[in-house]
Design a protein around this ligand. Structure first.
Ligand code: CMC
Length: 436
């Protein structure tokens, strides 16, 4: 973090002394005004619910230029990573800052695959859930529950514990997500098979069974790997900020990541892929393409409470670059599986076309985000709608843990403790119950 040449001066109309605040520059993106001493100097807090203008930390992992529609992991454009690297190379990049060379790649893959099994006892923990439990409820429990199984990696202040927790989380999430799925459908769990790729192993644990060999379709494997890359990190979004805040208390990494899983579940965040597919199915069931115009009128009517799911983003005011790549993958996968005429894909393209030409969306700079097409790809692969956000959680785990570890290693790290503008009752006395 570099001090900028200029400073910010905050003045008050009531004649109170003005306050001079340092300004810092990042490598790209907006400068920040350092307000840490503001309260000490003025007795005032800043007010920014939703963090519209507040940088909560410094980070060197991911950069988004929302106006350009640009996403960089450690400086590398997402398009290049999606084309030239696999998910585990991307994990290495996010965790350690550089792409691995061949030896580092082989070593990292080896370390991850050595941790793909979960403690056998975890299946009994899983058994406590109802069979129809939402997979995100199950995953929140299972990921948090890891802290009860892996006691040698729970000290978040110890860099070695953080490293082993990172590898365990990346390695075990596919196993846990597929266990949550198999439990729901009443099929036996499949143990990981370590000679398969990360995505191939996950596909086998999801769709294989102990009675026959499972053959991995390379096109589907690549599509899934791309889904993982595109969801791997996204700077200080709601779930990542949740992980950072949770971890800032010094809790163990598994507890912090399970807080991220819980936050991701919401429909304004990772739950949007499930909500988007449900929306498409709803339109399809109620007349399909012919009803798109009517649906769009509801979306534009503020009183309807209907949103176009998979559209809009706090940061992107342009096409989400992940949505472009996801649309490409969607085309490939539907062709591979002979589903080119998939009515939901046609419907999605029609909705997108109308939205991109409609004043309501144009004025508000609302574009498709990653979730608009990811549900169609996942559904084509055979992933049930309720598991979509679980796939997002699996992929985002590396981003969460990289960001958490970055925070814990930052000398400026402090427990996160926002302030408030109090609007409740001033101090008053408790009356005896007969007088209330
Ligand atoms: N459909 C209709 N109107 C929308 C939509 C939408 N999907 N998104 C935003 N708007 C409107 C919103 O009503 C507001 O209008 P007005 O200025 O007239 O009040 C304006 O656009 C600005 O929206 P906002 O709610 O102030 O923006 P935000 O930054 O607070 O919210 C968002 C961002 C992603 C929560 C929101 O766009 C949304 O709810 N989208 C649908 C859910 C979704 O797809 N979420 C996935 C996000 S990407 C995956 C991830 O990273 O988690």
């Amino acid at each position: 973090m570099k001090l900028a040449d200029n400073k910010a001066t905050l003045s008050f109309s009531n004649g109170a002394p003005s306050v001079e605040l340092p300004v810092y520059q990042g490598n790209i993106g907006p400068d920040v005004i350092d307000i840490r001493k503001l309260y000490g100097q003025s007795g005032m807090f800043t007010y920014d619910p939703g963090f519209l203008s507040t940088a909560a930390c410094q980070s060197a992992i991911t950069y988004i230029d929302g106006d350009k529609g640009e996403l960089l992991y450690r400086g590398y454009p997402i398009e290049q990573l999606a084309k030239n690297c696999n998910f585990l190379e991307t994990c290495y990049l996010l965790l350690y800052g550089e792409l691995p060379n061949e030896t580092q790649k082989a070593d990292f893959e080896n370390r991850v695959t050595q941790h793909t099994m979960v403690n056998e006892q975890m299946q009994f923990f899983l058994r406590g859930f109802r069979r129809d439990a939402h997979p995100m409820a199950v995953l929140t429990g299972l990921v948090g529950g890891m802290s009860a199984f892996y006691h040698d990696s729970t000290d978040i202040t110890n860099p070695e514990h953080r490293e082993i927790a990172a590898i365990r989380l990346i390695a075990k999430l596919p196993t846990l997500v597929s266990m949550a799925y198999k439990y729901g459908v009443g099929q036996p769990y499949m143990y990981p098979k370590n000679d398969l790729s990360y995505a191939g192993n996950f596909m086998r644990m999801m769709f294989g069974n102990p009675c026959e060999e499972y053959k991995v379709n390379p096109v589907v494997e690549r599509a899934l790997d791309r889904i993982f890359i595109l969801h791997a990190d996204h700077e200080q979004n709601a779930s990542t900020s949740t992980v950072r805040l949770c971890g800032s208390s010094g809790t163990n990494p598994f507890a912090a990541i399970s807080a991220g899983v819980a936050c991701l579940w919401g429909p304004a965040h990772g739950g949007a892929n499930e909500a988007c597919l449900n929306m498409l199915e709803h339109i399809q069931a109620n007349g399909g393409i012919s009803k798109v115009g009517e649906f769009m009128e509801q979306v534009k009517d503020k009183n309807s409470g209907v949103k176009l799911m998979g559209f809009g983003h706090r940061v992107y005011k342009n096409y989400d670059p992940r949505a472009k790549l996801m649309q490409e993958t969607c085309n490939e996968i539907l062709q591979e599986l002979g589903l080119e005429k998939d009515p939901l894909f046609a419907l999605a393209k029609q909705l997108e076309k109308i939205a991109l030409e409609d004043d309501y969306f144009v004025q508000r700079k609302l574009y498709p985000n990653v979730d608009f097409y990811s549900g169609i790809v996942q559904r084509a692969i055979g992933i049930p709608v309720k598991l979509f956000t679980g796939i997002f959680a699996l992929a985002r785990t590396v981003g969460w843990i990289a960001q958490l570890n970055e925070q814990m290693a930052d000398p400026e790290y402090k427990i996160g403790r926002p302030r408030q503008l109090y609007t409740g009752s001033v101090a008053r006395d408790v009356k005896p119950i007969t007088q209330r």
